[in-house]
Design a protein around this ligand. Sequence first.
Ligand SMILES: Cc1cc2nc3c(=O)[nH]c(=O)nc-3n(C[C@H](O)[C@H](O)[C@H](O)COP(=O)(O)O)c2cc1C
Length: 368
Amino acid sequence: MTSKLEESKKQPGEDVNAHLFSELQIRGVKLRNRIAVSPMCQYSSVYGAVSDWHLVHLGSRAVGGAGLVMVEATAVEPRGRITTYDLGIWDDKHIDPLKALAGFIADQGAAPAIQLAHAGRKACTARPWEGGKPLGRQEGRWQPIGPSALAFDKGYQVPAAATDDDILNIVELFRVATKRAVSADFKLIELHSAHGYLLHSFLSPLSNTRTDKYGGSLDNRMRLLLQIVSTVRKEMPDDMPLLVRISATDWAEGGWDLEQSIQLGKRLARAGVDLIDCSSGGLVPDAKVEVSPGYQVPFSDAIRREAAVMTAAVGMIKSAPQADEIIKNGQADLVLLAREMLRDPYWALHAAETLGHKLPSPPQYVQV
Ligand SMILES: Cc1cc2nc3c(=O)[nH]c(=O)nc-3n(C[C@H](O)[C@H](O)[C@H](O)COP(=O)(O)O)c2cc1C
């Protein structure tokens, strides 16, 4: 008998009914459509707590018809914050406000997801609208941690190279954060292993020059992420999906690339990851990124086919027909939108109109 999971892993390219507004079953969670709000840091927290801003910002996008709403990179420890104002999940005090947020999103018919993150060597900067630069000595900075003592860029602090104990502690931080996310009623969890942050920096040979079992060979560089995956999977109910966001390439000579991402995708799928969210870049400041509409879709497509795992596409997906094509062509199971969702919280409702699909408006907005 084929399990629900295997069923849902069928290539949508083979399924003539797959389109942007078809449902997606991932383990025990059914998304009402294939449109997701991509995680976006809001830098609007005090001591990591959810604020009214989060409720209005994410709540309105759930009202806007998306199938999944992902809460921004949420730090598993204060040291892993990009800025002092990042959202966090390192304290039990964070659970109740997160629960209220997840509850509101779910009440609107969207699946609430949370991205668990650690900024690694890219921690400790000012907010983008305050210049985004690494914090100075007088600005309350802290000591970041990374795989090796290599700074991200000029002006950034050299991170402390993680010891064996630090690594055990990092795995534990993700475990406890997962437990809190489950108690806060999130329906899906995503691990942030992209954009040069801690987990990605262990994967790439450009940031990881360790000579122990966490560096060197591909197996060694993947070890930390795979340990975290197997640990957090045990904290999650069986029917709860686990996603991992990766940077499919560093866009840099000698760095992480698509071939390694495919190998990683296979290992993650075997370890119980349900969907790979395919982004790119962020590891080195001088990456040569070729940006154009849907430029990361080929990564999602390749990983989906080669690693036989569900994937999501993200990056410069703007129009409804473009998003619909990605799903119909079987290049991804889900599309994530970030900046378009900032421009239009009702993107999904507008996309339904454009594609001639009937998506019910929230009852409060229906004209009598
Ligand atoms: C304001 C803002 C904040 C972001 N924060 C995060 C984040 O917390 N986690 C993450 O993985 N990506 C983050 N990103 C990247 C987006 O999720 C997305 O991958 C990227 O913007 C490309 O998609 P787009 O072309 O639809 O904007 C952020 C992007 C923006 C614009």
